[in-house]
Design a protein around this ligand. Structure first.
Ligand SMILES: [Zn+2]
Length: 474
């Protein structure tokens, strides 16, 4: 039965009132909205289920077959980008490359690399011609490298992204009825936007805001008793440390999925000694969603070749197995904003070893180069860098091209910003307010300084968070 105002006799099988009129959908906005939402949910579930089925089937195929699928998709997206994306048409032409010259995966190397700065500087020209952005999903990221970005994704890419995440969850042992809690650096605590059929617990995952106090989150976790947690390693560290002081048995997830930061041995060790659990690292980024996952054999991270081509390069050349290099990704699904040979800013090492699990997806041995160092607040409380990165979300702070947050003392921060014409005094106030909020309301001073460029450190990287005081021991 449809509830409340939307209980119109035309569709209500329980109500015994006589139907005297049959209003059209346009005259019944509540009913229209309700049906549209249900149709949209069914559509999302059906398309996600299709991709999920394909992923689960393809993982057992021979590596040669996987390479053929990957090459077919690569050729298709390069051709599409050449004819429909002004940015790629320009760079392919300037490199004197035509799409038909990409005949194998190695040919991809002929295409110049695109950086985060390129994406930012050429944003409108990187959207495919004719795309209605209003019908797309916009993924924003404050950027772990300090370059705020917006990536436009079409509905197919969105469905594929949802399927990728669900695929990784399933393969790591999540069951349909499991209660999944996602601990995020968000303001609102609540249920997932996806409304699953009754009984499918994990699809309706509960989101917990890390901006709640620790006590509040622990109270909520005790109430929910999650079977699985989806969480940043730095947040997991704080949570595990606090739970150890209480009664760990009350919160004991069977599975933990870490994402967004490097999963350190210290984090694994603390989580394993706090919970009776198994941790799986899910690697990805806002631009491409999930790219690789760790199965229960934990021999590395399986690269999902159906959705992306992952290259490891150094000085423009592909490196050998076992050698560290920059991770460069070509997405194979998003036609609204194709990203070809996109440097995501992480360092990784691949291996030619295969995994005992039997899945054919090749392996990343290790992800390196991302820092999840904590800061310390005046009260002594540790602060996850994710809190500060979230304060600079481009949805709320406009006109910032790049930034760096420097902790001068426990109670003072300096935010250096490289800005464009959209930036004004309101944005300064927004940064100060959002930073203070994310420092748990503690008395901290936040100064904002516009600069021409962010200085790079000795390694040539512009570090996003710099602390001039001793880091806390987590
Ligand atoms: Zn495996």
């Amino acid at each position: 039965m449809i509830q409340g105002n939307a209980c119109f006799h035309v569709t209500c099988k329980i109500c015994s009132e006589t139907v005297t009129t049959s209003p059209s959908l346009s005259e019944v906005p509540e009913l229209k909205t309700f049906l549209q939402r249900k149709l949209s949910d069914s559509d999302t579930l059906a398309k996600t289920a299709y991709h999920l089925y394909q992923l689960r089937k393809n993982q057992w195929k021979k590596i040669e077959e996987l390479k053929k699928i990957q090459l077919r998709r690569l050729k298709a997206i390069v051709t599409y980008a050449y004819y429909h994306v002004p940015y790629y048409r320009k760079i392919l032409r300037s490199a004197r490359i035509k799409p038909e010259q990409v005949k194998n995966i190695d040919d991809l190397r002929k295409i110049p690399i695109t950086t985060k700065s390129d994406l930012q500087a050429n944003h409108p020209n990187m959207i495919s011609n004719g795309v209605d952005v209003k019908k797309c999903t916009i993924n924003t990221t404050s950027g772990s490298t300090g370059t705020p970005l917006q990536v436009i994704a079409d509905s197919k890419a969105r469905h594929y992204s949802i399927a990728l995440l669900q695929y990784a969850f399933f393969e790591c042992g999540l069951r349909l009825r499991d209660k999944l809690v996602s601990v995020e650096v968000r303001i609102k605590t609540g249920k997932s936007m996806l409304r699953p059929p009754i009984g499918v617990g994990f699809l309706g995952r509960t989101r917990l805001s890390w901006m709640n106090t620790l006590e509040e989150n622990i109270r909520l976790l005790k109430k929910i008793r999650p079977d699985a947690l989806y969480i940043y390693p730095s947040v997991l560290l704080q949570l595990a440390r606090e739970i150890r002081k209480e009664n760990p048995a009350e919160i004991n997830p069977r599975l933990i999925f870490s994402h967004g930061e490097t999963l350190t041995p210290r984090c694994i060790q603390l989580a394993n000694s706090t919970f009776d659990t198994r941790i799986h690292d899910l690697y990805g980024c806002a631009e491409f969603n999930r790219l690789a996952f760790q199965c229960d054999r934990q021999s590395g991270l399986h690269m999902i070749t159906d959705g992306a081509v992952i290259e490891i390069i150094k000085d423009g050349e592909n490196v050998d197995y076992g050698e560290p290099g920059e991770i460069v990704v070509t997405g194979l699904y998003n036609y609204a904003m194709p990203l070809i040979r996109y440097r995501i800013g992480d360092i990784g090492i691949t291996t030619d070893e295969s995994c005992d699990c039997g899945r054919s997806w090749p392996l990343i041995k290790r992800i390196e180069g991302r820092s999840s160092d904590f800061l310390v607040l005046p009260s002594g409380q540790a602060l996850s860098p994710m809190n500060l990165l979230n304060a600079m979300d481009p949805k709320y702070v406009k006109g910032v091209m790049q930034y760096q947050i420097i902790q001068e003392s426990k109670g003072s921060f300096l935010v250096k910003v490289v800005v464009n014409q959209e930036f004004n005094s309101e944005q300064v106030l927004s940064i100060q307010k959002r930073m203070q909020l994310r420092c748990y309301g503690e008395d901290v001073r936040v100064d904002v300084q516009a600069v021409n460029e962010i200085e790079k450190d000795k390694t040539g990287k512009a570090r996003i968070i710099v602390s001039k005081i001793a880091r806390p021991r987590i």
